[in-house]
Write a protein that binds this ligand. Structure first.
Ligand code: BG6
Length: 513
């Protein structure tokens, strides 16, 4: 037994069940290289991979954007932003210098074929200078309206490798939001699959790269005891919460056109729901897992216009309308609370309550399984038993990553008193090893050609078909049908309407604390 409170089988802990493949030599081309995503997430992730020695030995980054500086200036800019946003700080000078030498730039506009021809020439030079073998990872870190055109220009400039060719590969990472509704997602999928093979398309949802989200499958399918209670017979309801303390920061215009449902629910939270609710896959291979997730999304009970008011609450934080880039009469929701049902044998009748919002009390993402109360009262009067709190199993995705189980126990003493206590597994304490950032894992997986943690065409479309009728109702119908837009105070637990909404079912939200 070690001091961390767990007994590890050291041999098992040290010998991975399956080893991740080594990433291939390649050039990562970032379209939108001077944007926020590139500076806050992508370059810091690549630097941390360099620090861990995880990048391929023959590797380069090519930054493309209209305003990108020549390489030296861009490297200096990136050093400053990476110093701010890197998971590990201060930067290691030697590692940074070696990494920065592999960063090149090419100014260019996404709507201009000549720019792509320059990208091609620059990449040929990059291959010669850095030995990147003709393998290309194109990262679309641009606003979604450019995705289709960028794909077309890549094709027309001869920048895509034949998917059947063994000697070199092309992979494209497409950022979210993938479309803004079902029709546009379908259209983008159509364009993408006309130009590329599905095996070359990596639709990124960074939630799937989080260790704790990946652990949902290991926890469920690596522990036989939980399987027996993972269904409607034991589970009363499930709560999925993604609360953020931050507001919309400098993304007013983007957010006002997007809103919480497109920004968070359609992708991150429905993917988490699918992992929690899916059946056991045939194997851990990408498509076997993705098949099971798709079945869950297909089983989501549609919320028709007439159900929106009873199944969904939308909210907006006070002061949102005066944020930069936001319309003064905006009705874009920054908060949503909703009830979904997975219509299959396992989950029939079990509500999945989903809640997400900006400017709330604290940053917390978690899924909690609330079990049925005890069926028979042993301890005297019924009222006593009603005070017993049902068991709750919480998968804490972030922060304080871990898993908690709430159960009742006798309070020491002559009297019989019962109290709820918490059994606690905490990642950081148990493993004493920092978790990789989601972007690190996903970039590396794409360089390895492993699409397990990326969203497949069908699941993106299925998720849109679920949220589309709600969005349409909000955007087109009067508030007696769509429900009012509830206002909440920044830093609060969300609008009181959300408490009433779950209260009608005789349940309460887990506090955000
Ligand atoms: C992004 C959303 O996808 O996820 C942002 O666009 C949100 O609005 C972010 O803040 C949250 O990510 P994380 O990893 O901090 O939970």
């Amino acid at each position: 037994m070690d001091t961390r409170g767990f007994e590890f089988d050291t041999e098992l802990e040290q010998a991975p069940i399956s080893r991740a493949k080594l990433p291939d030599c390649c050039a990562v081309v970032i379209f939108g290289a001077t944007g926020d995503l590139s500076k806050r997430k992508l370059v810091p992730a690549l630097y941390n991979l360099a620090l861990d020695g995880a990048l391929p030995r023959r590797f380069a980054v090519l930054g493309v954007s209209r305003t990108v500086l020549p390489a030296d200036g861009f490297r200096a800019e990136l050093r400053a932003s990476t110093e701010r946003f890197s998971r590990t700080r201060p930067l290691d000078d030697k590692v940074w210098e070696a990494f920065a030498r592999r960063i090149e730039t090419c100014p260019g506009s996404l709507d201009d074929l000549a720019s792509f021809e320059r990208v091609r020439e620059t990449l040929e030079k990059v291959d010669r200078d850095h030995g990147t073998c003709g393998n290309r990872l194109y990262y679309f870190a641009t606003p979604p309206k450019h995705f289709a055109q960028t794909l077309g220009n890549l094709r027309d400039a001869g920048l895509l490798a034949d998917p059947r060719a063994a000697e070199r590969w092309t992979r494209v990472i497409i950022e979210k939001p993938f479309g803004r509704d079902l029709a546009s997602a379908r259209e983008l999928n159509r364009i993408a699959t006309d130009i590329l093979d599905e095996s070359q398309i990596y639709r990124i949802d960074h939630y799937l790269g989080k260790e704790t989200v990946q652990n949902i499958l290991v926890f469920r399918f690596g522990n036989a005891i939980f399987e027996q209670m993972w269904n409607r017979r034991s589970v009363d309801h499930v709560q999925i919460t993604a609360a953020e303390e931050i507001g919309i920061e400098r993304r007013g215009k983007f957010y006002d056109e997007t809103g919480v449902m497109r920004d968070f629910v359609q992708n991150h939270l429905l993917q988490v729901l699918a992992l929690c609710a899916m059946e056991q896959p045939v194997s851990f291979r990408a498509d076997d897992i993705r098949d099971e997730k798709a079945k869950v999304l297909r089983s989501l009970r549609p919320i028709a216009e007439s159900d929106v008011v009873s199944h969904v609450v939308r909210g907006q934080y006070q002061g949102y309308r005066s944020e930069d880039g936001v319309s003064p009469d905006s009705i874009t929701p920054t908060f949503v609370a909703m009830k979904a049902f997975v219509d299959n044998w396992r989950w029939q009748g079990v509500p999945f309550y989903i809640r997400a919002g900006k400017s709330l009390h604290k940053r917390i993402t978690e899924v909690s399984f609330h079990f049925h109360p005890v069926p028979f009262c042993l301890f005297g009067r019924d009222e006593v038993c009603q005070l017993l709190q049902p068991n709750v199993l919480t998968l804490r995705i972030q922060p304080d990553e871990g898993i908690f189980l709430r159960f009742n126990t006798k309070v020491p003493g002559d009297d019989l008193s019962v109290s709820a206590v918490r059994m606690d597994f905490n990642y950081a304490r148990a493993f004493e090893r920092p978790a990789q950032d989601a972007y690190e894992r996903l970039l590396l997986d794409c360089m390895r050609g492993d699409a397990t943690l990326f969203s497949r065409k069908d699941s993106v479309e299925l998720a849109w078909s679920f949220v589309d009728p709600i969005l349409e109702t909000w955007e087109r119908s009067a508030s007696d049908i769509a429900g009012p837009l509830a206002v909440y105070e920044p830093g609060s637990q969300g609008p009181v309407e959300a408490d009433r909404f779950i209260g009608v079912d005789g349940r309460r939200w887990d506090p955000i604390r």
